[in-house]
Ligand binder design. Structure first.
Ligand code: ANZ
Ligand code: ZN
Length: 810
């Protein structure tokens, strides 16, 4: 009997699968297209770690079952190799990012190949390929033409270590998402995408999506819709009344019903600066406070808990509801770029205002009862329900109802080297003559589409300069350009775009990566999208997953795609933990999958990883148990040989393990659908034991083949070898039909139990037909519905009718 030689088998089939193209669906004619997308990796290290393998394998198992269930599964792969992750890695090892890309590409693809996924290799793409980023730039051009890309000067998040700006989404608790360095604020002119124009739709569409709940919640909070009112508080004797315009401070509040409790106001340091400039505010204390704020920049704590610093401005306002005079303070817990940058403070009902009032001895006044939510001490509104009072009071004070979002525009420019140059040209001559492609962007022109891509040159000085400009700004041959309008000397934009733009449309390009005429293949996009399944990390909840939706909506509005939402279903995989921490290079707990593949084989590693926990939960990598999985596959191998030997002789026993196999079919099918691969593995282990139970007579071939099919998504190589070589099937097991189960056969195995409380039916459950009286009673008492009906009362008597009924008498 040949021994199980994983290494040999795996190399052989990986090669053969590609030759036979069994994972290449017909993109133009597929009848049952099933796009099984997974987030493509970025080469930010020497290679993939076990956590990455976990994610890819889990996504692949789902796709493999779908393929066997008769779908035309498309499972592409590529590299998100442009951008700061890969650039930082190159910097770290002293390589040039462009040279390193070629090295990483080879290494990553080899690794991805070695884990045996059903990838459509023909469609692979790399975001740094000029043929790819040509179209990334094209999308930028479209954004500009549609008014969704613009420049403005703004205080932006700056990472002093990476020497580049960061989008708000890339700042986690005040620190750089990538390197953990404390982020500071810098005033710079930058490119933005107007994602805020889509805030409402990005929020509303969430309801229609079958996505991981935690991702939807994160997006909802990030978009942060709040309904409230804009209310003007007149100022009393400002130092220098403006002669025109509103003589007051406008605030945004979600609680206009509490206005009678507004005992002071607070303006942000940024707004205070403006007031100082126009002479509404003076005083050295205020100026000093503003100066100190500007010097230290925004911190993670601003607007949150923490020290509530602030100073009185000496200015007073009039509460428009009760005409009382209230002081105006300056404090950094009010954010300059949120709402109007000023608030009415209601310390009795707002936590932050309460903390501030306590610290600075400011008055508090309760205006809503805790018990009934009705107004008190609010003149004619006293007694009114607070929800109703909101809009009545808004009317009284001449306010305006307003919906506000927390979402900011997407900061798209990066002062780095390794990315797609932003395809824009600036002409000073045109700007002086007040012309430009857009009236709000004088002097700015998009690079003509036929001139794309704006190629990223291989330059020597690619390191970030720290001066707030890209290294490309030092390359005359790059930035010198001709004005597309007047032909005069113009300057090319030298910033590159955010990596998240690269990954905001890659799923479209996979469908036709070599297309030289267009970014996307319309007919294929129509056939394959929106994708049936998308799998990836939850850490991208408000980054990639929001941007990719935004870009799809924009493409939809420009008439380029027919859908607004690119992914019907999204599931976030869990993380692989090692020694109590998420696997990462910086923690030094990275496990290299190669050694495991070499020692045990990809099939064993795949199954071991999937056995750890439900896919969406992740698990702890302790390699002791991996041997157990290897033994399991060796037993499968051995049994396979025995089945064939018996076929040649007297034949296997017919139908001996039929029930066990049937139960496995149902369990594995359901478990893979739910991404509970761990229990699918256990079910296969139970099934194997049943198949092995009579060592003298192996199971019938048909039964064993069903078992092999169930195992195929998890262990694609060994099953293919047994299927084709040992059993002599002509075509791949991975295209064989997924087994169906006979529910009648399974039904025999279970019984229906009715649970009653005082003879009223409260619950109906299925249980094993072998259930004992004690277990049935315990099951009944554990039922949530029964518990509800009991309302905490102890049962007086429990009546049991064998395998049919439990009646609890109270
Ligand atoms: C009075 C009030 C009373 C408020 C109360 C809340 C509770 P969301 O829902 O997150 O949008 N606010 C407005 N602009 C602000 C700024 N620039 N910086 C810090 N806080 C600001 O929050 C809206 C509420 O946050 C607003 O409603 C305002 O405080 C505060 F019992 O007004 B509220
Ligand atoms: Zn010009």
């Amino acid at each position: 009997m040949p021994a199980y030689d994983a290494k040999k088998i795996e190399a052989k089939w990986q090669k053969k699968w590609v030759e036979e193209g069994i994972y290449e669906p017909d993109l133009d004619r597929a009848k049952k297209p099933f796009y099984n997308l997974m987030m493509f990796p970025y080469p930010s290290a020497e290679g993939l770690h076990v956590g990455n393998v976990y994610a890819f394998t889990g996504a692949d198992i789902y796709g493999r079952m779908k393929r066997m269930q008769g779908n035309d599964v498309f499972e592409p792969i590529g590299l998100d190799g442009f951008g700061i992750h890969s650039e930082n890695y190159a910097l770290k090892i002293g390589a040039h990012p462009m040279d390193q890309a070629a090295v990483s590409e080879k290494r990553f693809y080899e690794q991805l190949q070695s884990i045996g996924n059903g990838f459509a290799w023909n469609e692979r793409l790399e975001t740094y390929d000029p043929e790819y980023y040509r179209w990334t730039q094209w999308i930028f051009v479209q954004m500009f033409k549609h008014g969704l890309a613009y420049r403005k000067k703004q205080s932006v998040n700056w990472c002093p270590k990476d020497e580049t700006v960061l989008a708000d989404e890339q700042v986690i608790a005040g620190a750089c998402e990538r390197c953990g360095t404390k982020v500071v604020q810098k005033e710079l002119e930058q490119w933005f995408f107007r994602i805020t124009a889509y805030a409402d739709r990005l929020l509303k569409n969430l309801e229609t999506l079958d996505w991981s709940e935690k991702v939807k919640i994160a997006q909802k909070n990030w978009i942060g819709r709040s309904e409230g009112a804009l209310v003007v508080f007149p100022l009393k004797d400002p130092l220098n009344w403006p002669t025109k315009g509103k003589r007051g401070v406008e605030v945004f509040t979600t609680r206009p019903d509490t206005i009678f409790g507004a005992t002071f106001m607070v303006v942000s340091p940024e707004l205070a600066q403006k007031w100082v400039d126009i002479g509404w505010m003076a005083g050295s204390e205020v100026k000093q406070y503003i100066k100190a704020f500007a010097a230290r920049g925004k911190t993670a704590d601003d607007g949150e808990a923490g020290e509530k610093t602030g100073v009185a401005s000496g200015v007073y306002a009039i509460n428009p509801a009760n005409k009382e005079e209230i002081p105006v303070w300056v404090a950094d817990y009010v954010l300059g770029d949120v709402g109007t940058g000023a608030i009415m403070a209601v310390p009795a009902h707002d936590e932050r205002d309460f903390a501030f009032a306590k610290k600075h001895n400011l008055p508090m006044k309760q205006v809503i009862t805790q018990e009934t939510g009705a107004l008190i001490d609010s003149q004619k509104f006293t007694g009114m329900d607070s929800e109703k009072a909101k809009w009545e009071i808004t009317k009284l004070v001449g306010g305006e109802r307003k919906v506000q979002f927390r979402l900011r525009d997407w900061l798209i420019s990066r002062q780095r080297y390794w990315g797609p140059p932003i395809p824009m040209v600036y002409c000073e001559g045109c700007a002086a003559k007040k012309i430009g492609e857009r009236s709000d962007m004088l002097g700015w022109y998009t690079v003509p589409e036929e001139e794309l891509p704006v190629a990223l040159p291989h330059i020597k000085n690619f390191r970030p300069s720290g001066s707030g400009v890209s290294p490309l700004a030092a390359e005359r041959s790059f930035y010198e350009a001709k004005c597309p309008r007047c032909g005069g000397v113009a300057r090319r934009e030298t910033d590159v775009s955010d990596t998240f733009l690269d990954s905001a449309w890659y799923y479209l390009r996979y469908l036709d990566p070599q297309n030289e005429k267009s970014a996307l293949h319309e007919a294929r996009v129509k056939r394959w999208l929106p994708a049936e399944m998308y799998t990836g990390g939850a850490e991208h909840s408000v980054l990639h997953l929001l941007y990719v939706r935004f870009v799809a909506m924009a493409l939809h509005d420009w008439g380029l795609v027919g859908f607004e939402e690119p992914f019907k279903k999204f599931r976030a995989h869990g993380l692989i933990i090692k020694e109590g921490a998420k696997m990462s290079k910086s923690k030094g707990n990275v496990v290299n999958p190669d050694e495991y593949v070499r020692q045990f084989g990809a099939d064993t590693l795949r199954m071991y990883l999937m056995f750890l926990a439900p896919f969406e939960e992740g698990g702890d990598f302790r390699d002791q148990a991996i041997l157990g999985v290897l033994r399991f596959l060796e037993r499968v191998w051995k049994l396979g040989q025995a089945v064939v030997a018996a076929e040649k002789g007297s034949g296997g026993k017919k139908g001996g393990a039929a029930k066990a196999v049937m139960i496995a079919v149902k369990k594995v099918t359901d478990d893979i659908e739910r991404l509970h691969y761990n229990t699918a593995v256990s079910a296969l282990m139970v099934c194997l034991r049943a198949l092995e139970d009579d060592p003298s007579r192996p199971p019938a071939k048909e039964q064993f083949e069903v078992f092999l099919k169930l195992l195929a998504p998890l262990a694609p190589h060994i099953t293919e070898e047994l299927w084709r070589e040992t059993f002599g099937n002509k075509t791949s097991i991975h295209r064989a039909p997924w087994p169906a189960y006979d529910s009648a056969l399974i039904a025999e195995e279970t019984v229906t139990l009715i649970f009653q409380v005082n003879s009223r039916v409260r619950d109906v459950v299925r249980a094993a037909s072998t259930i004992t009286e004690a277990d049935a009673k315990a099951l009944a008492l554990a039922s949530a519905k029964v518990q509800n009906a009991l309302k905490g009362q102890a049962p007086r008597k429990v009546i049991y009718v064998d395998k049919k009924l439990v009646n609890i008498v109270i």
